[in-house]
Write a protein that binds this ligand. Structure first.
Ligand code: GTP
Ligand code: MG
Length: 247
């Protein structure tokens, strides 16, 4: 029995995140949580939250590392509790709100569970596939949370969506070609007029990744570019806009 589905979307790739998990969740009552907003373009995060809200699903941007945005999400969940309580016989009023977390690998599900519960019970960490099985978690307060592993088999995803998932680190490191992902990212983050290829090359030179003979150490350069994107060191980028929504 689940009262609310919290559908976590990486704020840098909301569309790809939705498409991954959508087939598992059709028609259920859901609340969207845009995670890692500190890494995304703030204007775009606002636009995405408004987009989902206008389509009838509440949406909140939450930074699970700092707690930014938690107050609004908790306020919403308290309102859900009040609504559920109003429908229940008095004898059942002690019942907590049951929440299931859903979303791509590494999106921040376990971090959010810990934040919502005020615990550190759910193991979390900077690599996809950390949570291996679904667990009901309880803490202080009025919530019970089902933390789940990443929802889908990302190995089946192809094309640009796959590059985006790799960039956001929803795909394990040995499952993508770093050069392909770095070139893709360079195309997104390089200033207008700069070719992705030259951007990567300059990036490597600027960091001193030079081999004997003066050529750029391409592998190290690509890996570092991806890493710096993931940490927000190249800036705050959102790779998808609500206008791309087609469903
Ligand atoms: N920058 C940033 N990092 C975050 C945020 N929320 C979570 N993280 C980091 O993202 C990584 C993944 O967090 P988890 O909570 O383990 O993600 P998960 O969805 O449970 O991952 P799996 O169980 O592997 O599917 C961790 O390194 C977190 O610290 C956020 O709002 N901003
Ligand atoms: Mg987890």
């Amino acid at each position: 029995m689940v009262d609310v589905f919290l559908f976590l979307l990486d704020a840098r790739i909301p569309l790809t995140s939705v498409r991954l998990a959508e087939p598992y969740l059709s028609k259920r009552r859901r609340v969207y949580v845009l995670t890692k907003p500190d890494l995304a373009d703030p204007e775009m995060t606002r636009a995405w939250a408004e987009f989902f809200t206008s389509r009838g699903s509440p949406a909140f941007a939450v930074n699970c590392r700092t707690g930014d945005g938690m107050t609004a999400l908790l306020g919403h969940l308290r309102a859900v509790k009040a609504e559920l309580d109003a429908k229940k016989p008095a004898a059942l009023l002690y019942r907590p709100v049951r929440i299931m977390l859903f979303g791509p690998p590494n999106v921040g599900k376990s971090s959010l569970a810990n934040r919502l519960l005020g615990t550190t019970k759910a193991p979390f960490g900077a690599k996809p596939g950390l949570t291996r099985s679904s667990n009901w978690l309880r803490g202080r307060g009025f919530l019970e949370i089902l933390d789940t592993p990443g929802v889908v088999d990302t190995s089946l995803v192809k094309g640009e969506a796959r590059l985006k998932l790799a960039a956001a680190w929803a795909i394990p490191d040995n499952m993508y070609d770093p050069e392909e992902v770095a070139r893709y990212l360079a195309g997104k983050v390089s200033p207008a007029g700069v070719q992705p290829e030259s951007f990567v090359e300059e990036f490597g030179r600027a960091r001193g990744f030079i081999r004997e003979g003066g050529t750029v150490d391409w592998e190290r350069t690509c890996q570092t570019l991806i890493l710096e994107f993931r940490e927000g060191r190249l800036g705050r980028f959102t790779l998808e806009a609500p206008e791309e929504w087609d469903g």
